[in-house]
Structure formats: C-alpha cells, structure tokens
Write a protein that binds this ligand. Structure first.
Ligand code: GLN
Length: 542
C-alpha cells in the first residue's frame, strides 16, 4: 500500500522544504521503506528550463531528460533514488495538458474549470507512475497564502479526504522567529500560517518549526494547542552546521517516529543511520583543505550551482578534506589579470553556462590552468571554453569560437542540428522553440582505452546527463588533437565529442555533460573524487 505525505510551507519562503522532504525520505529509507519524492511548482512556466538561474537557481536534469526544480537534486542526493519526468510538475504543465485536452474535445462539451478539471489533473499527476513504493512524498512549492498554489492545495485536500488518514499525512513547515528586541521566540506566525491552511480545509498532522535555538517546552505546548496538533508532532527543526546532519537531527526530534505513528506503523524496529553519521563525521573533521575557484557567471547566487557545490563537497568527503570554494565572476578577468585571482587556488572549475557575457574570462581561466598546470575541470560550457582556448592559442585558429556567440571563421563549437536519442533522430535549427529542446538527459559515452577518464571511471562506457544546445565540432578533431588535447570520450556513433583531456597535464578534463547531477554524499562522483585528489596534490606544491 502506497502512502502519501504532503509537505507544505508557510510564513516565508526559503525555509528549506526541499531539504526537509529529502531528509524525511532518507529517514524512511533508513527504517526499511521505499520512497519516491515529487515536487509540484505553482509557477506558469511549463518547466524551469527557460528561466534564468537568477530567478530559479539551478535547473536539475533527470536521466529521462526532464528539466526540473533543484529540490529534485536534494531528493536524489539524500535518497539515491533517480528522479523521473513524472516527479516534477508545474502549473504551466498542468494547464497546458488540460487546455490540449479541451482543444481535442476530450471534455465532451463540458465547461472546463479549475475544480474539478485542473485539480483532477494534479491528483492524476500525484498518483501516476508509482511502482509500489511505500511512501510518495509530495512537496508543494511556494508558501501557503500565495494565489498560485491554491489549486495544488485544493487537490491535496481532496486527495487527503479520498485516501483517508491511513494513507495520507499533511506536514507543514513554518518559522518560529526569535525577536531580539523582546528577547523572545514568537509562535504567532506559525499560528497564522496554520490558520490559513485550515481555511483551505487542511489540518496539518505534523508541524516542522524552523528555529535558530532550542524550542522551550512551553512554546511547543502553545503551538500544539493553538494549531490543533499533538505536542509530540510539533518538531523543532533547528539550524545545523552541515545539511547532511539534517536527517540525524530530525530523527533525534522524533520526525520519523511521528510519521510512522500517524500511519499506525511499528516504530520499535531498529534503524540504520550509520551512513549519515559517517558523512557528518567526515565533513566535521577533515584532515586538510583545498581551494577550488569556480569561474562562472551566476556566482552571486549560490543556488545556481547547487549540485556542483554539493558534488565538490562529496569529492572532499572522499578525500577527507574540506573544499573551500572561491566564487569568481569571470567578467573580472576582462578587466583584471587572472594571476592575482587564481595563483593561490588548487583547482579551477568552469561550470555550465549560456551566452557570451563573461565567456572571454572563462577562456582566460582555462588558459591559465593549462599553462600553469593547475587542475582544470570544464563542465559543459567549461569544456567548450577550453576547446576554444586550445583552438585559438595552440592551433592558431584566429577568431575560433562557438556559434552561440554569432558568426566565427572557425566554429570549433557549433549548434547541434541533428542527433540520435534512443531510436529517434532529433533535429533543431536556430529558430526552434527554446523550451525543452536542448540535448537533455542521459546519453551513453564511449571512453578511449588508456585515457585518464577511462581510468577514473574504470569502465569502457558510461551514461551521463546532458543539457546543451551546442557541441564541439567533430570536423576540427584532428587539428585540435594536434594541440595535445585528446578527445577521450565520444558518443557511440563517434560524432559527438563528450570528453577532452590533456594527457601531459596533471589534471585537465572537459566534459560535455553534467556529472555533478549524479554525485551523492555516500557515492561521490568519480570525476569529482579524482579532481579533488589532484587539487590535494596541487596544494602540496604551492
Ligand atoms: N551554452 C552551451 C550550450 O548550450 C553550454 C550549456 C551548458 O553549459 N549547460 O551548448
């Protein structure tokens, strides 16, 4: 029997609902249950793929090619369960499906309305593509009280009724702020937020209270009384020093026990949290530190590179070091010398990116890494910039660039107009729609025997997730390889360059895909483990 847990948020945004959901998923797993996590986002974009990272943060890509919310990254990292297209939906997608149905005439002359047609579509999404998991955790994006989330809240209210308390649980995340002037914690915002939810017909079963200090018993009692929740189900969610401590801290506060109690499931069975204890131990007690420069465009907003910073931390966990991140806006290198900014770092990472702004700075960073023999990791755009650098500065191809920036005499990176996905040929032109039309999701890549990447992966071929429109131009392969840049990973048909490396450099690897999306704290990605290992070696040199 599959049970559903609905997670809503109140008072303010950014309380960490995604992490809270992911942590509960991990705890239920530790209790021996299977879980799946889903996210319902109230905005009108069909998916976050067309949104600026400044608006939305990172776009997380699944194996099956869905562009989703970054919370799905937390879910995967905490549970190890690969997310699917069917785990993420937005108001935009729901409405476009409903409207398409209306145009087909599927509603047989009926008036199409939010209730029941939109809410039915939401309920269908929540209950679709379930393969016998014990728990489906459904996070509702936004904050209770927003106009946009009303249809979602109405849909989960209906579902809660239909499924009954034995199969549905409502969990609400709120804030208990400390008001310094009064020297007091305030429970009123939580009371108001629950009132708002009650007004929509939803009585929360569990309250998670974000708080920066211990919650006194009297406040807990007060919240329970005013919000009509059992005292034991008012769970303080205190700030912690590392996100990997969140599952442990929620467990100590009784979250998983309360969930099982609600569903009348046994709570006595032993559970195994050693995996999380070991990770926290490593994060808290590293044996050294390395500094990695991330040279990108959206560095002011750390959420834009969420999976990346997590994957680097995982690489640190694997090598028992703390990874300090130096966020550098690549545009700086157009005004200032790279040396003063990069001299002290032990590794340089140029992440994924779009557009010409800041690109020259990234190319300079790649040049610095190549010439100074500093470990370099180029991801997607970062690989393309390294290829342009080699073309211009070693192969002597003046003006070499990517067609993403316009006309160039040497398009060493160009628009992908045709490629194969499964048994299907995908075709694109400059005028294709922008939404959902990149090369998306997992594709296979064959590794050159004897190459560094092949040693790192320890496998002849791999699958990694993609999200890009441009690719390294195979017609320049010979000229580029003469610079010493080896094409060490290719699509199985040998047409799309997937990985490049300099064999005579301590560690210089560019990848066309996004390995950071598959890294987990308990299974760090081999490329990140190896990159941080190279940075540790570098730290002993400088
Ligand atoms: N803008 C580049 C492309 O579309 C790189 C994309 C990325 O880094 N994800 O190919």
């Amino acid at each position: 029997m599959t049970r559903f847990i609905f997670i809503t948020g109140g008072v303010v945004s950014s309380l960490g609902k995604g992490l809270c959901s992911a942590s509960l998923g991990a705890l239920l797993q530790a209790r021996g249950y299977t879980v799946r996590l889903r996210k319902l986002d109230p905005y009108l974009n069909v998916d976050p793929g067309t949104m600026s990272p400044y608006q939305h943060g990172e776009v997380y890509v699944t194996d099956d090619g869905a562009e989703t919310d970054l919370d799905l990254g937390h879910y995967e990292r905490f549970t190890g369960v690969a997310s699917r297209f069917t785990d993420s939906v937005t108001t935009g997608r729901i409405y476009s499906n409903v409207i398409a149905k209306e145009r087909r005439g599927d509603y047989l002359g009926g008036t199409v309305q939010v209730i029941p047609h939109v809410t039915d579509a939401i309920k269908e999404f929540i209950q679709a593509d379930i393969s016998g998991e014990d728990f489906i955790l459904c996070e509702i994006g936004g904050t209770v009280g927003d106009i946009e989330s009303l249809p979602f809240l109405e849909a989960i209210r209906q579902l809660g009724n239909e499924l009954g308390a034995d199969r549905a649980l409502f969990m609400h995340l709120t804030l208990v702020p400390y008001i310094a002037a009064a020297g007091e914690l305030k429970t009123k915002p939580t009371q108001h937020s629950v009132k708002e939810l009650l007004g929509l017909g939803i009585q929360p079963d569990i309250l998670m209270c974000r708080i920066d200090r211990p919650l006194p018993a009297s406040d807990r009692r007060k919240i329970a009384l005013f919000c009509n929740v059992r005292e034991a189900a008012v769970i303080p969610a205190m700030d912690v020093d590392t996100i990997y401590h969140v599952p442990l801290s929620y467990h100590e506060q009784g979250l998983d026990e309360q969930v099982l109690h609600h569903f009348k499931l046994p709570t006595e069975k032993a559970m195994d949290l050693t995996r999380w204890e070991a990770i926290v131990e490593r994060v808290r007690k590293p044996e050294g530190q390395v500094t990695i420069a991330i040279v990108g465009k959206y560095v002011q907003l750390k959420d834009a590179y969420k999976s990346l910073s997590e994957a680097l931390e995982h690489g640190g966990i694997a090598n028992n070091v703390h990874v300090k991140l130096d966020w550098i806006d690549s545009e700086i290198f157009e005004r200032e010398d790279v040396v003063q900014h990069l001299e002290h770092v032990h590794g340089i990472l140029v992440p994924g990116g779009f557009g010409e702004r800041g690109a020259e700075g990234k190319i300079k960073a790649a040049q610095f890494a190549r010439e100074r023999k500093v470990p370099y990791f180029g991801i997607c755009f970062g690989m393309q910039m390294a290829v342009i650098e080699a073309a211009r500065n070693i192969a002597g191809l003046k003006g070499a660039s990517t067609t993403e920036f316009g006309e160039t005499p040497h398009p060493v990176v160009g628009l992908m107009t045709e490629w194969v996905r499964g048994n299907e040929v995908q075709r694109r032109t400059n005028t294709s729609d922008k939404g959902g039309t990149m090369r998306l999701g997992a594709y296979p890549c064959v590794l050159t025997p004897g190459s560094r990447v092949q040693q790192i992966y320890g496998a002849p071929s791999i699958q990694e997730r993609h999200r890009h429109r441009y690719e390294v131009n195979i017609n320049y392969k010979d000229r580029l390889e003469k610079t010493g840049l080896r094409f060490s990973g290719m699509s199985p048909d040998g047409v799309l360059p997937e990985m490049v490396e300099y064999p005579d450099h301590p560690w210089f690897i560019g990848v066309q895909f996004h390995p950071e999306l598959k890294s987990k704290p308990f299974a760090p990605h081999p490329l990140f483990t190896s990159f941080i290992e190279a940075a540790v070696t570098q730290s002993r040199l400088v």
